[in-house]
Design a protein around this ligand. Sequence first.
Ligand code: FES
Length: 60
Amino acid sequence: MIVCVCNALNESSVRQAAQNAGGRVSILKIYESLDATPQCGKCLCHARNICDDEHRLAQG
Ligand code: FES
């Protein structure tokens, strides 16, 4: 499922980036790690939720 249309980022990429970050980091850092830059910003809330979800799963 596409999360960010502007950067063609899918959910699994965002989840993987959040896991690789190894902790809670800003969504801008997550996008940066994917060589992406937020443009319209419509995806940011959804992407943040995905990252928060991964962070919660990592904490058990
Ligand atoms: S949809 Fe992600 S920046 Fe536009």
